[in-house]
Design a binder for this molecule. Sequence first.
Ligand SMILES: NC(=O)c1ccc[n+]([C@@H]2O[C@H](COP(=O)([O-])OP(=O)(O)OC[C@H]3O[C@@H](n4cnc5c(N)ncnc54)[C@H](O)[C@@H]3O)[C@@H](O)[C@H]2O)c1
Length: 258
Amino acid sequence: MSAAKGMLDGKSALVTGAGSGIGRATALAFAREGAWVAAADQTLEAAQGTVAAIEAQGGQAVAIACDVTDDAAVEAMVAAAVAAFGGLDCAFNNAGIAPHQVNATGVLAADLAEASWQRLLDVNLTGVWRCLRHEVAQMRKQGGGAIVNTASIAGLRGLPGAAGYVVGKHGVVGLTKAAAIDHAAENIRVNAVCPGYIETPMTEESMRRRGDKIIARTALGRFGQPGEIAEAVVWLCSDRASFVTGSNWTVDGGYSAI
Ligand SMILES: NC(=O)c1ccc[n+]([C@@H]2O[C@H](COP(=O)([O-])OP(=O)(O)OC[C@H]3O[C@@H](n4cnc5c(N)ncnc54)[C@H](O)[C@@H]3O)[C@@H](O)[C@H]2O)c1
């Protein structure tokens, strides 16, 4: 019997927000499937923690410090990934922040402080676009690649008291569609994942406040785990998804089916 082949054998993959939650789980899943992983986060220590976990499971990875609100840092991040692994086949643009990280929990749309609005859009939407543009610049040189952006169920529907987050994530869904069309002829596929409520540091606070309500309206009756998002991202980045582009994949335990 031949050795099991990984879905991403021989590919290089970049993950932003790789130091925690969904990003860390996806970096680990990429490595498990045979990819070399560039793990980027705003602090080097967080990215290094993920690299250590990948190395502990026998994978290869490098840690990169990158704040996605800094375009020069994003350009340098892509260059560092390419320098480490000789190219860039897959990219997961996942770094993001929640309303509570900009003092906007439960704030009504018209009452948002402009600084909160700006910060949510700068990280969650423009940050994804900055990454995408530098990744596309590399992928078009190589003849193609696959990009996945992290949107949210908040990119498909409204949620109360989360206007800046909802707007940014709807923007990610729109960017995913637009970029998929624009770069299809360059053999670059662009998709998004739309997670429901996933157990990560980002959601600790909302789980404490209204976890029971969230679970009650989730068809599967529980929160999701970061690794359950990672599985969708791995597949979208793999050649098995060769005819999938411009799509937004809901992974929410049935939250939006109700
Ligand atoms: N957890 C959920 O329920 C859920 C649901 C839907 C969407 N999402 C999205 O999934 C993504 C990951 O979230 P998570 O739940 O894993 O959260 P998390 O807080 O565990 O991880 C987010 C990571 O992004 C990094 N980050 C934040 N701002 C950054 C910046 N400016 N530059 C670079 N890195 C930055 C953080 O350092 C952190 O490591 C986010 O885009 C989030 O909006 C999460």
